[in-house]
Design a protein around this ligand. Sequence first.
Ligand code: FES
Length: 106
Amino acid sequence: MVKITFIDADGTARTAEGEEGATVMETAIRNDIPGIVAECGGACACATCHVYVDEEWKEVVGEPSPMEEDMLDFASDVRPTSRLSCQIRITPELDGLVVHTPKHQG
Ligand code: FES
C-alpha cells in the first residue's frame, strides 16, 4: 500500500493508504476524504477531483496529459501544480505523496 496525505484548504491533513494501480481520486473516495467530489467517477470529464500536488512531489507525479489539461480549464483557481486526481495512477514511487485539496470544486 502507498500512503497519500490529503491536506485541505484549512490545513487539516488526512493520510490514506492507496492500492498500486488505483488512482489518487479513488483512494480519496474510498477513505471519505472531504474536498474531492469526483462527479464523473474518474472519466476525466468533470474536473471535480482537482488537487494541487505538493511542490516537492510535482516532478515525481509528472505533467497532465493534453486531455487532462483541457479538462482542468473547467476547474477553479488552477495553479501550476494543479492535477485531476483521477488521472494520477498510484505507483510505489508515490509512497508518501502529499496533495492539497482546493476550497471549492468545479
Ligand atoms: S473524477 Fe471527473 S475528472 Fe476526475
